[in-house]
Design a binder for this molecule. Structure first.
Ligand code: FES
Length: 81
């Protein structure tokens, strides 16, 4: 997946944190930290000690998991070189 869309990359995340999950007051950085190695959205919420409520943020959290996975794989490739 390319680095476009809502999360252009965790590394390039803005200095000012942004709320992604309004229901649980979870910010992008909190969710990004919980997304590393997460298999699904439920796992990210579990790591944050919360449960999804309205569900509007779920696609964004799923995208964040993909973004962190891409970045983690990129870091692993660089480390192997
Ligand atoms: S905005 Fe995340 S559950 Fe409602």
């Amino acid at each position: 997946m390319g680095r476009s869309g809502f999360f252009a990359g965790v590394q390039g995340m803005r200095r000012n944190p942004m709320y992604v999950c309004i229901c649980n007051a979870l910010k992008d950085r909190q969710l990004a930290a919980a997304s590393h190695g997460a298999r699904n959205v439920a796992e990210v919420f579990r790591r944050c000690g919360r449960r999804p409520q309205c569900g509007k943020c779920l696609p964004d959290v799923a995208q964040l998991i993909e973004t962190t996975r891409d970045e983690d794989q990129g870091a692993t490739k660089l480390a192997a070189e």
